[in-house]
Design a binder for this molecule. Structure first.
Ligand code: SF4
Length: 364
């Protein structure tokens, strides 16, 4: 699917940049007519022997991405972008050009790590300008500020529809697996094309709730394997609230105030996103956010779904258990490794967890 999307954008005369997870200034790429294709692994076994150059206790996301790039998986793209999400991805930014046979441009993008301050905004702005300079060398065109303004509006429209589909999940007659497949198409479609299909889905939102299952909240990194939703549904649940880093955590909680300078607005964006352990270490704020989302959604249980060996996500898991024990919410912790199917042991744990929740509900 990603290859077909790249081929289509090539026909439209666009350059393609492969982007490693999680956060990057999508608006900037769109404004510069650069097609972003995200690389979350890909799932399954590593696509080449180069994964062996990375220690086995590094997450499958980084190992698979390295093997993919080194085996020529990104040959149709023009460059790769490494956001500074974690030590593993930062390491890839060096390993891929040095050992992985990646001979095309490799861009880096550093996140602000911490709270909103004038110095942090200044830092983000300089990172944006630096990336814009690199992209202009790739495309042969400088950043056009009016196009950046339009790109910010386009992505804000996408975020609005995504937020609506997720927050009004109970009113949407679609399986979780189908909804997440749709949302994740935004990882490789041209944003304007993705907005059209999101808007078509939003027209299907009903005036009354149509989901019959037990509402759940999920938090974690990336919904892989996608069959996790089939398993939750088969056991009687559906996802009523989302905090996946790849999905809900990338939707800003508010929009930056209107202003003349779109770069200033873009520099404000990282501070308007839901808390994420890849960008901040303030667990108290994150736990407040998660428990508040849980309560608002009416969820009856929380699924924490993280990749094995993911340091940022795993670091918060004990705090999540404590915070949710404090509000009497049942929690299921799943660790997966970008398998293409849910491991049997995880399926059994999902079934047992759902049985516990359903019994608890029927007793009350
Ligand atoms: S899964 Fe975690 S450790 Fe791995 S690349 Fe993503 S943030 Fe980094």
């Amino acid at each position: 699917m990603r290859s077909a999307a790249i081929a289509l954008q090539k026909k439209r005369g666009r350059k393609t940049v492969i982007v490693l997870p999680v956060m990057y200034p999508r608006e900037l790429l769109t404004a510069m007519d650069v097609h972003a294709v995200e690389l979350w692994g890909p799932p399954g076994t590593p696509r080449g022997p180069e994964a062996g150059r990375i220690q086995s206790f590094v997450c499958a996301v980084a190992r698979n991405a390295f093997a993919f790039l080194a085996s020529g998986g990104g040959k149709d793209a023009d460059a790769v972008l490494f956001p500074h999400t974690c030590d593993s991805i930062q390491g890839l930014a060096t390993l891929a050009p040095d050992f992985g046979g990646w001979g095309k441009p490799a861009f880096r993008y550093q996140h602000p790590k911490g709270e909103d301050r004038p110095a942090a905004r200044k830092f983000v702005r300089s990172e944006l300008e630096c990336l814009a300079d690199g992209l202009s060398l790739l495309t042969g065109r400088p950043l056009d500020i009016s196009r950046l303004r339009a790109a910010i509006s386009l992505h804000a429209a996408i975020d609005r529809v995504r937020a609506s589909l997720l927050s009004r999940r109970a009113f949407l007659d679609m399986t979780d697996a189908a909804l997440y497949r749709l949302l994740r198409r935004g990882e490789y479609l041209w944003p304007g094309d993705h907005l059209e299909e999101l808007e078509r889905a939003a027209q299907e939102l009903r005036g009354v709730p149509v989901q019959q299952g037990v509402p759940l909240m999920v938090t974690g990194y990336v919904p892989e394997p996608i069959s996790v939703f089939d398993r939750l549904e088969a056991a009687g649940g559906y996802v009523a609230a989302d905090d996946y880093a790849a999905v809900g955590r990338r939707i800003p909680l508010s929009l930056p105030r209107e202003g003349d300078d779109p770069l200033e607005r873009l520099a404000a964006m990282p501070f308007l996103l839901p808390p994420c352990p890849t960008r901040m270490a303030d667990q108290r704020r994150r736990m407040e956010y998660l428990t508040s989302l849980y309560r608002r959604s009416g969820a009856a249980g929380l699924v924490v779904h993280v990749p094995k060996f993911c340091e940022p996500e795993s670091f918060d898991v004990p705090a999540i258990f404590r915070a949710f024990a404090g509000i009497g919410a049942p929690v299921l912790h799943l660790e997966t490794e970008l398998e293409t199917e849910m491991p049997a042991q995880a399926v059994t744990r999902i079934e047992a967890f759902m049985e516990l929740i359903i019994n608890k509900h029927s007793i009350h």
